[in-house]
Write a protein that binds this ligand. Structure first.
Ligand code: MF3
Ligand code: CO
Ligand code: CO
Length: 269
């Protein structure tokens, strides 16, 4: 039976039905399991192309579909963003060295539903400041997620993230944001990782979106390299990112991309 909740808000945000949460949870779980598997692979001497090859093969082995291969001409199963790369790093011949920190971002399509998630990894042992950046970025994502419940606003999410990051003397990237998703990869709204309490659209049960803050040790400005994908910090400072796909429930939210192995960082847990 059709759930009476299903509709699109004035701002173009789709409100999904109860039954749709299961589809998103299945897709999110596959993406999170693949990120769990990547933990064993990341080490000094490994190329980012080798990590992407593993991800592409794992997607094929599981009989699901990569959302990124063929997306706007992108040809890889993941984005791998090392050190001062903010996001959309292209896997390639780059060899990881001891102390590199990297974000691996995977989006899969399972039965038409999109699961989009990313995490940080360390090759070898990170410096104390790199480790702090990674920890602050993860905590910033979780504080943003804690602000997700009906009646709160998207501004509340951004404010929770920005306040925490800036209290730790780091900066929130403004040039990229989270996004609605579901049976599509990118949909309204833009989910900003900065903002003011009470600003923006009101969250409603049945909204599906990502939260994916990028945090820099230095200034927030970014630039995109000549390959038209790779975004880097203008001041070359280190950058980190974590991403979850979530759905708003009656009392809070469901994280679709939570790690089945309880991992969030390959040097931890
Ligand atoms: N997964 C990214 C996101 O979080 C988008 C990657 S698009 C690609 O929205 F084409 F660069 F892969
Ligand atoms: Co995303
Ligand atoms: Co992503």
């Amino acid at each position: 039976m059709q759930d009476m909740r299903a509709r699109v808000t004035r701002d173009g945000i789709r409100i999904y039905e109860d039954a749709d949460f299961a589809g998103m949870a299945a897709a999110g779980r596959v993406a999170a399991e693949i990120l769990d598997q990547v933990c064993a692979l990341v080490a000094p001497g490994v190329t980012t192309a080798a990590i992407d090859d593993f991800i592409r093969e794992e997607i094929e082995r599981r009989g699901v579909v990569s959302a990124t291969i063929g997306y706007k001409g992108y040809q890889h199963a993941s984005c791998i963003s090392v050190n001062h790369v903010v996001c959309h790093g292209i896997p390639g011949a780059k060899i990881l060295i001891d102390g590199d920190i990297l974000n691996v971002d995977v989006t899969v399509i399972v039965d038409g539903w999109y699961g989009d998630t990313s995490r940080m990894y360390v090759a070898g042992v990170a410096s104390r400041k790199a480790e702090r950046l990674v920890e602050v970025t993860h905590e910033a994502l979780m504080r943003g997620i804690a602000a997700v419940k009906p009646g709160n606003t998207f501004g509340d999410i951004g404010a929770a993230i920005q306040t925490y990051v800036e209290a730790n003397r780091m900066s929130v990237v403004r040039d990229f944001c989270g996004h609605g998703l579901g049976r599509v990869f990118h949909a309204p709204p833009n989910v900003l990782h900065y903002g003011r309490v009470g600003a923006g659209e009101v969250l409603e049960e049945g909204m599906f979106f990502t939260i994916e803050p990028m945090v820099n040790l230095g200034r927030p400005e970014t630039k995109v390299l000549g390959d038209d994908w790779t975004a880097v910090t203008r001041d070359k400072s280190l950058s980190a990112q974590f991403e979850h796909s979530v759905g708003v429930t009656a009392t809070g939210c469901q994280i679709f991309t939570v790690s089945p192995a309880g991992k969030f960082f390959n040097t931890r847990v």
